[in-house]
Design a protein around this ligand. Structure first.
Ligand SMILES: CCCC(=O)SCCNC(=O)CCNC(=O)[C@H](O)C(C)(C)COP(=O)(O)OP(=O)(O)OC[C@H]1O[C@@H](n2cnc3c(N)ncnc32)[C@H](O)[C@@H]1OP(=O)(O)O
Length: 300
């Protein structure tokens, strides 16, 4: 990349990081430290990250099988740490978010929910998870939720923080919040409206409807049904194959495509256009561009 290209790239990355810093300090303006200590008091499970350097695809695994991969407090903290690691993975192209042991995620650990049941702690926990999931969705990587088994409550919300949702034939997404006397709080409602529209979102939230793969596909919540069952162990290879069609080519170009989509999705038009110009400047005249020009390709 030229010196100018590298400078433009740094500028674009700085903008995204600034956006994310703004996310971290929005709403109440207070530091999240208090809630970090409280979340740390609910240990259990883990969130694992495996960066596959050959393919540029990372696997982010929600791992708490004894509780159907419910999020303990320490797992919420770990998720933020993993997202932070992915934010600086310059060679990466994509991330697959999955659950351990053939099921996706049953939401918040109900023991933590009980202990943080006062509105102040509840809102702080939500703020923390909203920030983390917003940063997950804004990663310059193509993100895919691989839904095997059940994605319930916060688990359903987690699926909406990915660009795409793939589901095995026996998978279920269910916003069970109403049955818990709740509404989504991890940003899942706002994202759901943008994915399926307000009519469908209202049906899913007020009816706590179970979404099977076919219904999900019809309403645009599910991008692809993988014809295998949960726990068979081959769902991941199906997902990687599906993802393969979008991640051929160099990482900077894939990351640039994701960046212009994020700005188009989130920013007012003038700002989105400005960001698009900056990101364009990072690939124009870059190695992949020069190589393609030298090859004189025909796009038949
Ligand atoms: C803003 C965030 C809002 C939220 O996420 S609120 C939480 C929403 N999620 C839930 O209410 C899930 C409640 N759990 C269930 O409905 C069922 O356990 C589920 C997931 C359908 C699985 O059913 P089964 O296959 O019959 O298995 P099971 O009930 O025996 O569960 C196995 C063990 O997992 C535990 N578990 C499942 N979901 C959990 C959760 N969210 N928090 C804490 N523990 C949870 C369950 O208690 C059971 O443990 P144990 O074997 O009884 O010790």
């Amino acid at each position: 990349m030229s010196v100018c290209g590298a400078a433009r790239c740094r500028g674009a990355v700085r903008r995204i990081l600034q956006q994310n810093r703004a996310v971290c300090s929005h709403t109440s303006g207070s530091t999240p430290e208090g809630i970090r200590e409280k979340l740390q008091a609910f240990p259990g499970g883990s969130v694992e990250l495996q960066k596959q350097r050959d393919s540029g695809v990372a696997l982010l695994t929600v791992n708490n099988p004894a509780r159907m991969n419910a999020f303990s407090g320490s797992m919420m903290l770990e998720l933020e740490q993993r997202v932070r690691e992915l934010e600086t993975w310059t060679e990466g192209k994509a991330v697959i978010v999955q659950g351990a042991a053939g099921t996706f995620c049953s939401g918040s650990d109900l023991n933590a929910v009980r202990a943080l049941a006062n509105p102040h702690d509840g809102m702080k926990m939500c703020e923390f998870m909203q920030n983390t999931l917003t940063r997950l969705l804004r990663l310059p990587l193509i993100s895919v939720a691989l839904v095997e088994g059940r994605a319930l409550g916060g688990g359903a919300e987690l699926t909406t923080a990915c660009d795409f949702r793939l589901m095995t034939s026996d998978g279920v997404i269910q916003f069970v919040h109403k049955h818990m006397g709740l509404v989504p709080g991890w940003g899942g409602a706002a994202r759901l409206v943008r994915i399926v529209g307000s009519q469908n979102a209202l049906k899913l939230l007020s009816g706590a409807k179970k979404v099977d793969p076919d219904t999900g596909k019809q309403m645009g919540l599910v991008d692809e049904v993988l014809h295998c069952s949960s726990g068979e162990g081959n769902a991941l290879s199906h997902a990687e194959r599906w993802l393969g069609q979008f991640i051929q080519g160099p990482a900077p170009v894939i990351q640039a495509a994701k960046r212009v989509v994020v700005s188009g999705r989130e920013l007012p038009l003038d700002e989105a256009l400005q960001t698009e110009r900056s990101v364009f400047g990072t690939v124009w005249g870059g190695p992949a561009n020069l190589e393609a020009l030298a090859l004189k390709p025909k796009h038949k």
